[in-house]
Design a protein around this ligand. Structure first.
Ligand code: FES
Length: 102
């Protein structure tokens, strides 16, 4: 099963793909894919490596991702910059305010 969220202990690893909430860091979620187009960062990275791509624009010419909500775009840019394929999810201010009200 694929999910956008995985274990925070496995940053950069492709071994774990099921949903996970850390026992040590409650509610820390990890982003691993473009959810709208079901493209994992691991797969995007593999495509970049196999086709010798180096830029976000080159990757966009090869694969469809990041064209709906665009929430994955900064994560893909970070993947290209760092080589990592898992990132901590950082909620926006509106989401934090909503959580604090409940
Ligand atoms: S998560 Fe990538 S476009 Fe929505």
């Amino acid at each position: 099963m694929h999910s956008a969220f995985s274990s925070p202990q496995e940053f950069g690893s492709s071994n774990r793909t099921e949903p996970y909430i850390s026992k040590n860091l409650p509610c820390l979620l990890v982003v691993t894919r473009c959810v709208c187009f079901n493209q994992s960062f691991e797969d995007l990275k593999s495509i970049m490596q196999s086709k010798n791509l180096t830029t976000f624009e080159e990757l966009k010419c090869e694969v469809v991702f990041g064209e709906k909500c665009k929430m994955c775009v900064p994560y893909v840019q970070k993947m290209i910059e760092t080589g990592k394929t898992m990132f901590p999810y950082i909620p926006n201010l509106q989401e934090v305010k909503s959580l604090l009200k409940t």
